[in-house]
Design a protein around this ligand. Structure first.
Ligand code: HEM
Ligand code: HEM
Length: 142
C-alpha cells in the first residue's frame, strides 16, 4: 500500500460518512424548522459533526491533490476529461459546497432563535449537499 492509495481509499470511503452526516443534519434541520421545534443539543452536535466531516474531507482532499496522478497541469491533461475533472472541477465544486456548509454552521450559531438556527442549516447544508452530489455524479467513468 502506497501513501497515495492509502489517502485515495480514505477519501473515497469518507464520502459516505460525509453524505450520511450531512443528510441527517439536513433532515433534522427541516423537521425543526417546519415543525417549529426547539434547537436541541442533538441538533447542535449533529450540525457540528457534519461540518467537521466536510472539513476533514477537505484536508484529505488537499493531501490527495499532491499525491494523485490524476492531478496534472498540462495542455494535454486539460483535454482529458478524467484528468481535468480531478485537476480542476472536482475541488472547485467541493470547495464551494464546503464553504456553503461552513457559512450555514456559522449563521446557525449566530442566530438568536431556534427557527433561525434550523433554517440556516436547512438552507445552506442543502445547497452544499446538492453540489457535493453533483460533484460525485459528474466523476467521469470509463
Ligand atoms: C484545510 C483544512 C481546513 C480548512 C481550510 C478549514 C476552515 C475552517 C474555517 C474557515 C472555519 C471557520 C468557520 C466559522 O467562522 O464559523 C472553521 C471552523 C472549524 N473547523 Fe475547520 N478547516 C479545515 C480543517 C478542519 C479539520 C480537519 C477539522 C476537524 C477534524 C476542522 C474542524 C473545525 C471546527 C470544529 C470548527 C469550528 C466550528 C465552530 O465554530 O464551532 N476543520 N474551519
Ligand atoms: C465534500 C467534499 C468531497 C467529497 C465528497 C469528495 C469525494 C470524492 C470522491 C467520491 C472521489 C473519487 C474516489 C474514487 O475514485 O473512488 C474523489 C477523488 C478525489 N478528490 Fe475528492 N471529494 C471532496 C473534496 C475534495 C477536495 C476539496 C479536494 C482537493 C482539494 C479533493 C481531491 C480529490 C482528488 C485529487 C481525487 C482523485 C483521487 C484519485 O487519484 O483517484 N476532493 N473525491
Amino acid at each position: 500500500m502506497t501513501l497515495y492509495s492509502f489517502f485515495q481509499h480514505l477519501h473515497s470511503g469518507f464520502r459516505y460518512i460525509v453524505l450520511v452526516l450531512v443528510v441527517v443534519a439536513i433532515l433534522g434541520a427541516f423537521i425543526g424548522w417546519i415543525g417549529q421545534k426547539p434547537y436541541t443539543g442533538a441538533n447542535r452536535k449533529l450540525n457540528l459533526f457534519a461540518m467537521i466531516s466536510v472539513h476533514t474531507q477537505l484536508l484529505i482532499g488537499i493531501i490527495l491533490y499532491f499525491l494523485s496522478p490524476l492531478v496534472q497541469f498540462s495542455k494535454e491533461a486539460m483535454h482529458d476529461k478524467h484528468l481535468r475533472y480531478f485537476t480542476v472541477e472536482h475541488w472547485v465544486m467541493m470547495l464551494v459546497a464546503i464553504a456553503l456548509i461552513t457559512i450555514g454552521h456559522s449563521k446557525s450559531k449566530k442566530a438568536a432563535l431556534a427557527e433561525g438556527k434550523h433554517k440556516a442549516v436547512a438552507i445552506f447544508y442543502f445547497l452544499g449537499f446538492i453540489i457535493i452530489l453533483a460533484g460525485i455524479i459528474l466523476i467521469p467513468r470509463g
